[in-house]
Design a protein around this ligand. Structure first.
Ligand code: FAD
Length: 390
């Protein structure tokens, strides 16, 4: 039986170097522990990290505070990009935040957040190019982690921080993510302020939602003048695979055909996007997922509670998990503390899992714009409602 060794001697393997896994690694290092992160990507620049995120005071920002990274975060945060606008498919502006720049949910580009976290870790903490294939429990309650094309490694505790399609989760539960029926096609408009001032005015300083007709255009300001655009629609699960390798111009033509009759201004986000096209079917684990606690293995972030992005809580949840789990793993009786972490996580996460499922259902309905305005009215304090088109 593995014994509760001193925290500094504890061998902790974190599978996955996303925002959740890296935040956990940083928080453990700050407490004098020496985790190893096994990350699938070949290196920090192996793939684009995706769009902008807003971090919340009670979760993502709190984790950065505790990790001693708040000053570094402020250097890359975009407080000025917190505006939210909702348009009808006709182009009519229905809702706009009153004073978004004063909000408490600053935006940050994912790649920059990852860079901040990576730079805070001692050299060698992240092992790149490690595709974890399975976890094997050993007789002494330690865990052997099998990695494709590399020798296995043994840890006292393995944390699955490897996202929706976790290779760690199957050791704890047979639950699998279910397809929501909605697929996002991600596009990018570069240099928006200089090259496309009309689109820049529409998106404002933050995010634009234009839902309707069981579809949606979502545009989100990223750093460096880029706007990331998601075109959402109900589609068969296989559609994303079918789009792989299709030239960008053909994908955009398909999207424009699906949005025939939508305001030309909104269609402009598709027409003026570049060659970046990425189809993302949205998946979710069952709301309130629990598993029987097992010594030496646990989960955080999307591996534990993947949900659609409609509540905007995914990264924040993952970082809040990291905060709670880092405290548990540093306790003398860490196994009991991890069991308490799992129980508390299920309770903490359930409301955002419910909200994200509800947000998707509302936004992707026939009258999505009106329903989203209602949701925003119920959630956000001061707002300004507009009735005339711009
Ligand atoms: C289109 C879209 C938009 C979103 N927008 C937002 C938003 O605005 N705000 C928000 O809070 N959330 C958003 N989310 C959700 C958010 O992206 C996730 O909740 C968040 O990234 C989860 O973090 P994580 O660290 O748990 O997992 P991930 O970010 O998925 O990271 C997992 C890591 O594990 C690695 N990995 C995977 N498999 C293996 C393996 N077998 N071996 C080793 N490593 C592996 C991956 O390479 C990756 O680095 C969005 C999601 C989508 C799909």
């Amino acid at each position: 039986m593995a014994h509760d060794n001193a925290p500094q001697a504890r061998r902790i393997g974190i599978v996955g170097g996303g925002p959740g896994g890296l935040t956990l690694a940083r928080l453990l290092v700050a407490q004098g522990l020496a985790p190893i992160v096994l990350e699938l990507d070949a290196g920090p620049e192996a793939r684009p990290q995706g769009g902008s995120l807003d971090l919340h005071p009670e979760s993502g920002l709190l984790a950065l505070d505790r990790a001693g990274l708040r000053a570094g975060f402020e250097a890359i945060a975009r407080h000025e990009d917190q505006e939210v606008r909702i348009y009808a498919r006709t182009g009519e502006l229905l809702f706009e935040d009153a004073d978004a720049a004063a909000g408490d949910r600053p935006e940050v580009d994912r790649g920059e957040l990852r860079g901040l976290l990576l730079a805070s870790l001692p050299a060698g903490t992240v092992a790149w190019g490690q595709k974890v294939t399975r976890i094997e429990p050993l007789a002494d309650c330690t865990m052997r982690v099998h990695v494709a094309a590399a020798a296995p490694r043994t840890f006292d505790v393995v944390v699955g921080a490897d996202g929706t399609w976790s290779r760690v989760r199957p050791r704890l539960t047979t639950a699998r993510p279910a397809y929501s029926g909605v697929t996002f096609v991600e596009l990018e408009v570069a240099d928006i302020d200089a090259a496309h001032p009309t689109l820049a005015r529409l998106v404002g300083r933050g995010k634009l939602f234009a839902p309707g007709d069981r579809k949606a255009i979502i545009a989100q300001r990223n750093g460096h003048g880029t706007v990331r655009v998601y075109v959402a629609q109900h589609a068969p699960e296989r559609w994303a695979r079918e789009l792989a390798g299709v030239p960008a111009a053909n994908v955009k033509a398909q999207l424009l055909a699906a949005l025939a009759g939508w305001a030309p201004a909104l269609r402009g986000f598709i027409e003026h996007s570049g060659d970046h096209v990425r189809a993302q079917p949205l998946y979710a684990l069952p709301v309130g997922l629990r598993w029987p606690h097992r010594r030496g293995i646990t989960l955080l972030g999307d591996a534990a509670h993947a949900m659609s992005p409609f509540a905007g809580e995914g990264v924040n949840n993952a970082m809040a998990d990291a905060l709670a789990l880092a405290a548990a793993l540093a306790e003398p009786a860490w196994d009991a503390a991890v069991a308490r972490y799992e129980a508390a996580m299920a309770v903490r996460i359930a409301p955002s899992a419910v909200a994200s499922a509800d947000g998707l259902a509302q936004a992707m309905s026939v009258d999505g714009a009106a329903r989203m305005v209602e949701l925003m009215r119920s959630h956000s304090p001061p707002h300004r409602e507009l009735t005339s088109a711009r």
